[in-house]
Design a protein around this ligand. Structure first.
Ligand code: E4P
Length: 226
């Protein structure tokens, strides 16, 4: 799987960058809001500096009309860099933008995807990533895993190069189900990742192994000390 961080928090990005095989960072206006009144473009450039050019940085537009979304995309590409993936909500206007950006060679992530049809249209429009909102779909009593499986089928059927970037996770099982349904990538908030790694039974097992080792080789003596 490809793992992305769903945050704009520089400290969290630096921390997870150190030990996780990250593929990118995704943001949206609500995620940006959590950082307070930042210098938007400078902050995004700092994220790029941390993650480098090999990872993808996804930045969402706010405008409602295609013309204004394109102006926002231009501003992001000019003031951050040309490799940014422009996140475009899959509305009628958004689909126009995805098509036009595709034509000019700009990467896009089709976002705010709640339905198969939205995803299918975004794939046809040429989006690089399609981001189904897992938890939000579940809140609407919609079968998120089945939706993702159908999107995966559509990608296969049309031999599209689009990838599913699952988003909006509130628990680890939703991530597992995304991958089992055929999702290639997931974007996860740092708080949830922290929970994924905080398994008391794993810590207990590690400590029990250490205790057995120390019982034979002496207090706190590691392999390197032998
Ligand atoms: C991806 O970047 C999405 O915008 C994000 O995962 C949505 O998450 P939410 O449903 O918690 O707002």
């Amino acid at each position: 799987m490809k793992l992305m961080l769903d945050t704009a928090n520089l400290e969290a990005i630096r921390l997870y960058q150190d030990f996780l095989p990250l593929s990118g960072v995704t943001t949206n206006p609500s995620i940006i809001k959590k950082e307070g009144r930042i210098d938007f473009f400078a902050h995004l450039r700092q994220i790029r500096q941390i993650i480098g050019r090999d990872q993808s940085l996804h930045v969402q537009v706010i405008a409602l009309t295609a013309q204004e979304m394109l102006a926002e995309a231009d501003a992001v590409l000019d003031k951050v860099d040309r490799d940014v993936y422009i996140k475009v909500p899959v509305t009628a206007e958004g689909l126009k933008v995805i098509k036009l950006l595709r034509k000019s060679g700009v990467h896009t992530t089709a976002t705010a995807v709640y339905s198969k049809m939205q995803a299918h249209l975004a794939i046809a429009a040429g989006a690089d990533y399609v981001a189904p909102y897992y938890n939000r779909m579940e809140n609407l009593n919609s079968d998120a895993a089945a939706t993702i499986a159908a999107i995966a089928d559509e990608i296969k059927r049309t031999a599209s190069s689009a990838q599913i970037l699952g988003a909006s996770y509130k628990n680890i099982e939703q991530i597992n189900r995304t991958l089992e349904a055929g999702g290639q990538a997931v974007t996860v908030a740092p708080e949830l990742l922290e929970q994924a790694l905080a398994l008391p039974s794993v810590d207990q097992a590690v400590q029990a192994f250490r205790n057995d080792w120390f019982a034979v080789f002496g207090e706190e003596k590691t392999i390197a000390d032998l």
